[in-house]
Every structure is written in structure tokens, then in C-alpha cells.
Design a protein. Sequence first.
Length: 199
Amino acid sequence: MGTDPDRTPFDKVWRNPSPAAWNRVQGFDRIVIMPVNTRYIQATPNQRAEVEKMAAYMQEQFQKEFAQAGNYHVMLKPGPKTLELELAIVELKPTNVAGNVLFTGASVAAPGVNIVGSALTHGTIAFEAKLRNAQTGELLAEYADREFDKLSLLSFRDYSTNAHSRRAIQDWAKQMEQLASTPRSHKVPGSMRLTFNPL
């Protein structure tokens, strides 16, 4: 896998180099979002419940984004004229809420210390994806990306363990839909590292 900065916002990407593979999916107007794979994440039983909750959220968010955009009919199982999107969460590190509370309190005496402290308390989430021709199983593209909690002067997401990760999933869903529905000449923008939106 390599990078594709002129087209793709993700850290790594591989695209099937065969024009015939892409010609075979011309006119496909359906997509199925498969259940999200979490088997690569080591987790305790308590953590596992949260991981599975995030996996369900990710599948629902991708289905919602593709349905709202209207370029593809979202299907529940593979079939004719259908693309298949396989997703996996391969890393999930929750935000350190207690640390953020501490640094927010310290920022009263030293403004800006909460931004410095966020580097020590931020969470991360990483995903991998495979896009296939659902009729043949042929692999069309692979993607991988990792996102950290966004930096901000004030964010209510800092006080919830996986709120930042849910925001990253929302961004990925929008970006993936754009990749599937726009021509190769269109650059899909990446996620901003800094945000002024506290929600």
C-alpha cells in the first residue's frame, strides 16, 4: 500500500491497477456495508463491549452516509450490481477523560496548558477497509487510516472516552462515500487536525 495525496485523504491506499476490474463495476449503483471486524483489537471483556459498540456505530454511520448521499442504494447483502465494503477497526485507544479534566483545571492558572496536555491524554482510532466487486469477490481497493483526538481550545468530546473516535468515523464515512461516487480527478479532502467546534 502507498499514498495517493492527489485523490485520497487516508494514510495508505492500494488501488487495483487493472482497468478491466474497474470496467466490470461501471454502472454499479448498490453497496453493502459489511459488519465491522474487530478481531485485531486486544481487549478485556469490559473493553470488548465498548469496542463492539463502536463497530456497530461505524457500520450504521457508513450506511447512513451512503444512503443520505443517494449515489448508491444501501443493501443488506451482496447481490447484482453491488459493491461490497469491508471495514475493520484495528486500533481503539479511548480518550483519557480524567487527564483532560486535570489539564482543563490547570488551564485556569496557565491558559493553553490544556492544549499541551491533550498530547498526553488523546485517544486514537485506526481503521482498514477493502472495496470489492460483490458479484465476483474481486478486490478493487484497500485503505488504512489513523486519527487522533482533534485539538481545540474547548471540546466537550474531551470528556467522553470515545466521542472523538465517533467524530473520526463520521469523517471517514463522508470521505469513503466521496471516493466511491466521484471521478479519479476529484481530490477528497482529509480531516482537520484542529477544530473550533466544541461539540
